[in-house]
Design a protein around this ligand. Structure first.
Ligand code: MG
Length: 383
């Protein structure tokens, strides 16, 4: 059985204050569309993804989806949602697709369990959709309250909606052009076919209004698990070098030497962040053997690590850094270093802690030959 996912992302509505269409706006560290794309493409039953975008959105889709755009069929949609779905279905015809999941990109978080339930239901009916019971009291009225509406058998309908491919394509083709479209499941019912209800999920809530972005971020955050990882780094003091710590230059009679700007603090934090996602160490991402990193500002290493964490849906919660040296004195620079690190990571100042210690004149740091830094990063990540 071949199961295709068809993601409808053809809207032109923009997030408040933004210029990008909603489906391409940033949500939890990546474009909104990327979330449902990842969820659907990583489901073992889904063999191909068709993405329906708006006229003129090709470049944007390519830019926002990056390499993953190579794994989708990009189709240009139409004026109405129905036209867009139809275009996607027509593009899938003749490809041997037997089942299709039709999904709106405005519902970014798609639990695998919902996909499982939908596909299982397709063994019993040509259509299946996720539905949630209505919890609130429903009533008529505009200015004054009217009668209550019985909610016993009422449902809130979500997507993805799952169908036998031939059945839903036929339903779309049969729908009268002059009649206002309803959703895909109702089109199938019009053909006299059954559509099963499976339990929906609050994670599937739709993003309609600008304020829904914050609510979606909060829903997503509640599903994350906390993870911490450490980083450690050492650089040698040399006269004639600048001393960079935490992204700012510290006046001192010696500086740290290394291939980059040798910012021992940022290197330790970068390794800690990479550790939280098991992404190796700083040397793997920025090899010292590569001349392009000679004298490089380490801020870009840190920002790269933070981007990798956020691309995985991660939230950086806290950095704790310890600098180990006899000199310079860190105290006078503490707040400036904290503020710099917080700014580089887009964290509040309270998200960065900085401590300093000596080693009682023992060892290489005690003799003033070099400086060490250790960091721990705490992040929240999808399970
Ligand atoms: Mg280093």
């Amino acid at each position: 059985m071949t199961t295709a996912a068809l993601i409808v992302a053809a809207g032109n509505g923009v997030r408040a204050g933004g210029t990008v269409a909603k489906q391409f706006a940033q949500l939890c560290g990546k474009p909104m569309l990327s979330h449902s794309f990842s969820a659907l493409s990583s489901h073992p039953a889904v063999t191909e993804i068709t993405l329906v975008i708006g006229e003129g959105q090709q470049d944007q889709a390519r830019e926002k989806l990056g390499d993953s755009v190579n794994f989708v069929n990009l189709v240009t949609g139409g004026a109405e949602r129905r036209d867009s779905v139809r275009a996607g279905l027509e593009a899938l015809e003749g490809k041997g697709v037997t089942r299709v999941l039709i999904h709106d990109a405005a519902r970014p978080f798609v639990p695998a369990a919902v996909i499982d339930a939908l596909l299982e239901a397709l063994d019993q009916a040509p259509g299946a959709i996720p539905a949630l019971p209505v919890a609130d009291t429903l009533a008529k009225g505009t200015e004054f309250l009217g009668d209550n509406v019985a909610r016993a058998n009422l449902n809130r309908i979500q997507t993805p909606q799952a169908f036998h491919f031939d059945a839903i394509l036929a339903a779309h083709r049969a729908w009268p052009a002059d009649e206002e479209a309803t959703d895909d499941a109702q089109m199938l019912r019009r053909m006299g076919q059954d559509v099963l209800l499976v339990p929906g999920d609050p994670m599937l809530e739709k993003i309609t209004h600008p304020q829904d972005f914050a609510a979606a971020e909060a829903r997503h955050a509640a599903t994350l698990i906390s993870r911490s990882a450490t980083g450690f780094d050492v650089h040698r003091f040399e006269t004639g070098q600048e001393l960079w710590l935490g992204g700012i230059r510290i006046p001192h009679d010696k500086g740290l030497s290394g291939h980059s700007d040798a910012d021992v603090a940022l290197h330790a934090i970068t390794d800690a962040l990479l550790g939280t996602i098991g992404a190796g160490d700083i040397g793997m991402h920025f090899p010292p053997s590569d001349p392009k990193w000679r004298g490089a500002a380490s801020a870009q290493f840190l920002e790269h690590a933070a981007k990798l964490v956020r691309e995985q849906g991660g939230i950086i919660d806290f950095i704790d850094l310890t600098l180990i040296c006899e000199a310079p004195k860190i105290g006078p620079h503490r707040e400036a270093i904290r503020a710099s690190i917080a700014a580089l990571l887009s964290l509040p100042l309270s998200g960065v802690s900085l401590k300093a210690t000596t080693t009682e004149r023992l060892g290489f740091t005690g003799r003033g030959e070099g400086m060490a830094a250790q960091a721990i990063a705490t992040v929240r990540l999808p399970e």
